[in-house]
Design a protein around this ligand. Structure first.
Ligand code: BDR
Ligand code: CA
Length: 309
């Protein structure tokens, strides 16, 4: 069982990453930390608490972290996730409280209390993780690996070549990759295969618990905005794919290669340059997801939702 801290910006797909972590027997979810991204921090921390409340999880602390990227101004994604970051269902008042500690203090306490190295799964901009590593580099040895949803080996989803999480805080991405902590990028090249087809929506709705009912409403909204914005009626459910790397490692194939991120391009800020063919001759620094067992992935998601309230 792998101890995990989930750093996220819920966000519809982040909610499914929370549920996959909480419902998977392979993962011990120690803490959830929120960052500004899909919505403002006020919304993302609250939405994380709502996700746990709906799923009946009362013993996982939730703390709020950075309310803006390291250097850039904050850009949010209302056009996909709605004004509150979680458009669709009527949102309950969360019964899970907001932990008074800043996110990096909760992360620190969780890392120091764990007998084993802890994996950090990040499904938003990497601002909190970069801040942790910059301010407390001695904690790196307690981090087993960082698995991040973001980037792409090809095209982007917010500019032609930048994926949203990379584009919101590219400086944080560069710092985390440069930290030397083992790093996995789960980018659009694989998450665009995790499509919420009609049959996937039906399978999740058919689980028949409170989590699945709320989840089905989330997916309806998420698919409608993906259809409107990208012409993708079967929206790609990005974030749980990063969690699947730990929940069921057979699901995602990775290669060890070179990852760089564009920090200063006129048109390409936030683009990830993945040197799959070794053209640059630089040392490999990241595991990059290149393939997804789609059926196995959805089985893991459905099993996790089934294990919740
Ligand atoms: C990523 O951006 C966010 O909108 C999603 O939650 C996901 O983390 C996809 O580009
Ligand atoms: Ca996210």
């Amino acid at each position: 069982v792998i101890p995990v801290i989930l750093d996220c910006d819920p966000g519809h797909d982040d909610v499914f990453a929370i549920w996959l972590a909480a419902g998977s027997p392979a993962i011990d979810l120690l803490a959830v930390t929120a960052v500004a991204g899909n919505g403002t921090l006020e919304h993302t921390q609250r939405n994380a608490r709502i996700a746990l409340t709906v799923a009946g999880i009362a013993d996982v602390p939730v703390a709020a972290g950075a309310d803006r990227p390291l250097q850039k101004e904050l850009s949010t994604a209302e056009w996909i996730h709605g004004d509150n970051g979680l458009g669709g269902p009527v949102l309950p008042v969360p019964t899970v409280p907001l932990d008074p500690r800043p996110a990096i203090d909760l992360m620190t306490d969780a890392l120091e209390a764990s007998a084993e190295p802890v994996a950090i799964v990040a499904t938003g901009p990497l601002t909190n993780v970069a801040t942790l590593l910059a301010q407390r580099p001695y904690l790196a040895e307690r981090i087993r690996e960082v698995v991040w949803m973001g980037g792409a080996t090809g095209r982007g989803n917010v500019t032609p070549y930048a994926e949203f999480n990379a584009w919101v805080d590219p400086d944080a991405l560069a710092m985390v990759v440069g930290s030397g902590v083992p790093f996995t990028m789960v980018g659009l090249n694989v998450t665009h295969r995790a499509l919420v087809t009609t049959s996937v929506r039906e399978r999740i709705a058919a689980v028949g618990n409170r989590t699945s009912a709320f989840g089905a409403e989330l997916l309806d909204f998420f698919c409608s905005t993906n259809a409107a914005v990208f012409g993708l009626p079967d929206g790609p459910l990005h974030d749980p794919v990063a969690m699947a790397v730990l929940a069921d490692p057979e699901t995602v194939a990775r290669v060890f290669t070179r990852l760089d991120v564009e920090l200063a391009g006129a048109e390409t800020v936030g683009a990830t340059s993945i040197d799959l063919d070794g053209m640059l001759g630089r040392p490999a620094n990241a595991h990059v997801a290149v393939d997804l067992d789609v059926d196995r992935f959805w089985d893991a998601v459905v099993d996790a939702v089934s294990a919740l309230a």
